[in-house]
Design a protein around this ligand. Sequence first.
Ligand code: 3PG
Length: 401
Amino acid sequence: MRSFLEFELKGKRVVKRVDINSPLDAQGNPVINPRIRRHGESIRKLSDAGAKVIVLGHQGRKGEEDFISLLKHAKLLEQVTGKQVEFISSMDADKIRAAVGRMQNGDILLLENVRMWEDEEGAKPWESEIVKILTPTTDLFILDALSVSHREHASVVGFMKHVPSAMGPVLRDEISALNSIGEGELSLVLGGGKAKDSIKIMGKWLKEEKAKEVLLGGALSVLFLHAAGHNVGDSYEYLKAEGLLEFEKQAREILETYGNKVLLPVDVGLNIEGKRVEARANAVEKGSIFDIGENTMDAYAERLLGARKILVNGPMGVYEKKGFELGTKRILEAIAESNAYSLVGGGHTITAIEELGVPQHKFSYISLSGKALIEYLSGKELPGIKALKENLKVHGALKVA
Ligand code: 3PG
C-alpha cells in the first residue's frame, strides 16, 4: 500500500483519520496518552511538510459516558504538536467549508467527534454528510489508525471511494509490528471490558492452535468463573447488564474442550464498600470482582516469565480505582521482565502501562489498537485496509503534486 510520504504535501488539503479516543480521568477529561502522542507526532509531520491538515477522530460510543466533544483533545494535541490546533464544534456544512477555506499551509483543524454525525455508521459511508462536505476540497485522504480500520464507518472508508488515499505512519508501524508476531506458541492474556470481542478470538485461536494458553482477567474472567459454576457476587448484575450471560454457553464449551489451556483466577480482589478484600474464586459471597487475586497474580506471573510470545489485550481489573490496580501492574511487570516477544494492545492497557509506571521500553511493541488488532491477527481483512487497496487500484496512477 502507498504511504503518504510519496506525495508532495505542500499546500495540499489533507483529511486525516486518526484515533485519539482516550480513557477519561475522574473529572471526565481525556489526558495525554500514547494515542494522543503518536497521532500528534504524525499530524505535526504533515503540518511541517506544509499540508493543510484536517483531522477527523472520535471519542467514545453514542449513549456511553465517554461520548464527549473533541474540544479538550484539541488542547492536548496543541501540547504534543507544539502548534495551534483550531477546533470547530459546529456541524454546519457552510461553517466547516469556511473553516477549511481559511486554512493556510501548515494549519491544523480538528473537527468535532465524527460519531456525532447521524450517518457516521450508516449503510453508505461514501455518501455520508461529512464525506460530501469535505470531498470537493480534499486532495488526499490519509487513514492513519489500525485501531479504527475494522469499522466500516464514513470517516474510515467513505473518502476512499472518491479521493486518492494513503496509509499514514501510525498505521504503517502498527501493521509491520503485528506482522512480526508470526504463528503459534502464543500466550494470550485477555482482560478489559470488551469481553464479547475477546471470547470469539479466544475460541478461534485455541482451535487453530495459534494460542498455546489463555490467561484470563477482567470481565472475561468473571464470565468464565460464572460459566464454571462459581458465584460471582454482585458481578452477576454486571454480566447481566452487559449482555454477557448469553456468552456463557460458549464459555462453557471452551472450558470443556480446552480446559487445560485456559487459566482462570483462583482468587479475586473483591470491591466491598470501596475496599479491596481478597477471596478464593470459589468462595465469593458478596461484593464485585474488581481484580484478580494475589495467588492468581503469582501463578500468572510465573507462567509469563517462561513464555516465548505474549499478546496482552485489556487490563486484569479496574486499575483506575485505587487498590484494584495490583493485578494489572503485576502482570504487566511480569511481561516486561520476561524474555518473550511481547505485544501489548488495547486503549486501556496502554494507558495503564503509563499510569502504573511500567517501563514501556521493555515491551517489544505497544500497539494503539484493541479489537482491530485482534481482528487483524486473526486474519480478517479489515474494511479500512481493503478500501486502501481498492483506492490504490483506482487512483494508483494519479499524482497528488
Ligand atoms: C478503540 O478504542 O479500540 C478504538 O478507538 C475503536 O473504538 P470502538 O471500539 O468504539 O470502535
